[in-house]
Write a protein of this length. Structure first.
Length: 133
């Protein structure tokens, strides 16, 4: 019988709490996603899947997308424009008003975008699993 992989979700939660304490004892998945997204430095980007993996839910990239969609009303603000798909495409741009706002915000931070894709994505990619642990 195979030994199940150790779930590091609790360790990640502790790490996130030490990075930016929320004061809440039990946080929702969306709140955890927001905490990770708030750590993305200006001029860098990450992916939905990278955030999901960091939280110990590798197969939940789509749920991270839903969280980013809901991030507009979160306080403190969440830099949802810094979260792109695994290929560096601005797949969430349609949730910005106007849709060009995501690209405009990235360009203000020095991120070059061409054909709705981050130029030099591999070098600008910020991996929360390595940066926060």
């Amino acid at each position: 019988m195979a030994t199940p992989k150790k779930n590091n979700k609790a360790a990640v939660r502790e790490q996130l709490a030490s990075v930016h304490p929320s004061g809440k004892k039990d946080e929702s998945f969306f709140e955890l996603v927001f905490e990770v997204a708030r750590q993305i430095p200006k001029g860098r980007v990450t992916s939905y899947g990278a955030i999901a993996s960091c939280l110990g839910t590798k197969l939940s990239a789509r749920m991270v997308g839903w969280a980013m969609h809901a991030a507009g009303s979160a306080k403190p603000k969440v830099p949802a424009h810094r979260v792109v798909n695994r290929n560096g495409m601005l797949s969430g741009k349609h949730h910005f008003n106007p849709p060009s706002k995501m690209e405009t915000m990235l360009k203000k931070e020095g991120v070059k975008v061409k054909n709705d894709t981050v130029v030099d994505f591999k070098n600008l990619f910020w991996d929360p699993a390595t940066e926060l642990i």
